[in-house]
Design a protein around this ligand. Structure first.
Ligand code: URA
Length: 298
């Protein structure tokens, strides 16, 4: 009896160790080599594909069998394909982000005629590996007709659980900051550059960001706000292409170019940074006052 009690204590202290080291979600029993899994799946697909009929001189074989053979999908089509996995199938293999996948993301995003279309298209998009570990798609929140749009970097744990951006501690601070200038979520629309939570809240890789970029760009186009606010340097750097650090960039009005017009855009400190560095709130306050004046003046 004493023995199992000791075991339990050991398990508890191990869990406490993981928790204090920042582990906040369970991903699997063993590490997964996604590159190897992806290569294995590709080899299986290759073996399963019917051998192509010999090519006759003068062009492709146009027999009935040839014309009924399933066309091979391109990487672009694979990235866009809905997941069709039986419950017992191994998890979806990781994709190697390449130009084709990025081009596929661009085509899909450009074809979305509404926010609902864009969301549906992200729900079936298989080109971003973050989707493999995230629980939900965190698309956007607030009022799509709002004149103010705020863009963060990527969802965290709370956002992943609730499927909404900025609902954790930094989201609550953001709500208070909006409230301080007389706004709330009904007066703003909020989204992230990357709509899936990176495991353990790590920074999204440049490839992940690049693949998701066409979607957030289209989201901005569809919301078509008068004022765009980047929360933190990452979203501003990715969408405006500026290279300055946030200290230099914050509070400076810039233009975000759409195809046919420009939107007034500004970067300010990310609320998560303000939680760690509360003294900087005074500079954020200035930025939010400037945002309020800009909205009033437009
Ligand atoms: N940080 C972000 O950048 N986005 C969120 O949605 C939450 C935290």
């Amino acid at each position: 009896m004493q023995h199992s009690h000791d075991n339990l204590k050991d398990i508890e202290s191990l869990l406490e160790f993981y928790r204090s080291a920042g582990v906040d979600c369970f991903l699997g029993d063993a590490p997964v080599d996604w590159v190897e899994a992806s290569a294995r799946q590709a080899a299986q697909r290759h073996q399963a594909a019917p051998a192509s009929p010999p090519q006759m001189a003068g062009g492709p074989d146009r027999t009935a069998a040839a014309s009924h053979a399933a066309p091979k999908s391109t990487p672009r089509q694979q990235a866009a394909a809905p997941r069709q996995q039986p419950a017992s199938a191994p998890p979806q293999a990781a994709v190697m982000p390449d130009r084709e996948t990025i081009a596929s993301a661009r085509d899909l995003a450009a074809a979305a005629a509404s926010l609902a279309d864009l969301k549906a298209c992200l729900e079936t998009f298989e080109g971003c590996n973050l989707k493999l570990t995230a629980k939900t798609l965190v698309f956007g929140d607030g009022n799509p007709d709002a004149r103010l749009m705020l863009v963060g970097e990527a969802p965290g744990r709370d956002e992943d659980l609730q499927g909404k951006p900025f609902v954790g501690r930094s989201g609550q601070l953001l709500d208070r900051m909006l409230d301080a200038i007389g706004l709330d979520r009904e007066a703003a629309y909020i989204a992230n550059v990357v709509p899936w939570r990176p495991p353990g809240n790590r920074t999204p890789t440049p490839q992940e960001t690049e693949i998701c970029k066409p979607f957030i760009k289209r989201q901005i186009e569809l919301v078509n706000p008068d004022v765009l606010v980047f929360l933190g340097a990452a979203s501003a750097k990715n969408l405006l292409g500026v290279q300055d650090g946030i200290r230099k960039m914050r509070g400076r009005w810039m233009n975000y170019a759409l195809r046919d017009r420009e939107i007034a855009a500004v970067a300010t400190y990310h609320p998560a940074y303000l939680l760690r560095s509360p003294l900087e709130k005074r500079l954020s306050w200035r930025d939010f006052l400037s945002i309020r004046s800009r909205l009033a003046g437009l």
